[in-house]
Design a protein around this ligand. Sequence first.
Ligand code: HEC
Length: 218
Amino acid sequence: MNSKQSFSIILIIAIIIVVLYSCKDIGSELLLPLGLSASSTNVSVVKGASKQITLSGGKSPYSIKRPPNAATAAVSLASSILTISGIDTGSTNTIVADSNIPIADSLEIIISILETVPLVSFSNQIQPIFNSQCTGCHGGTGGLTITAGASYNNLVNVNAQSSCPSLKRVLPNDASNSVLYRKVSGTTCGQQMPQGGALSATDITLIRNWINQGANNN
Ligand code: HEC
């Protein structure tokens, strides 16, 4: 081998080393597609509170590619921790990304902001509504008695009679399929209750929340 040939061989080896080295970054990403992931991609946060999820995989540093609707939620990212704060009830989404080359991985995170509803007390909040608005007619005569002591057992999981007889008067956790809620909110099942009038929006919401919390006998 003359000196010219050995020089060419050394040059070829050098080129191969340089090419392999420069491909290492891309190559490792192509060969090991450990994509970007998150500890949760469907997050519920109570309005006014915040929750953190952890990003992993892909190639850090991570970034927020698209923020959520600012009226609903706010997000901030510190290293791999994404903090989601609830601004107002509703749902929105955010897109986070890693810094993969040539194309960054992105991940959509769906955010739901929920209202917290304090636990409704049947005896302290619901029965007083019946006492002042209902027992004049539902006090013992006729089909439905909702006086204190009798009301719970006459409502919860009891079939309705005159109105929507295929439904329960109160089906725990399902206000929209409970005759009591339908009648006080005026949606289907005959006449709105109290007959000839209507409860305040606050009382109607209390009855709905009480049923949707499981219609507790509390
Ligand atoms: C002025 C009398 C009157 C008042 C006050 C009244 N109701 Fe009624 N209620 C009736 C009559 C009459 C019926 C039967 C006809 C019907 O179902 O619409 C009835 C039916 C119902 C039913 C259906 C029962 C079933 O099994 O079909 C529910 C539930 C009910 N009332 C709840 C209430 C509640 C809760 C209040 C108070 C917020 C109230 N009512 C106030 C007269 C009244």
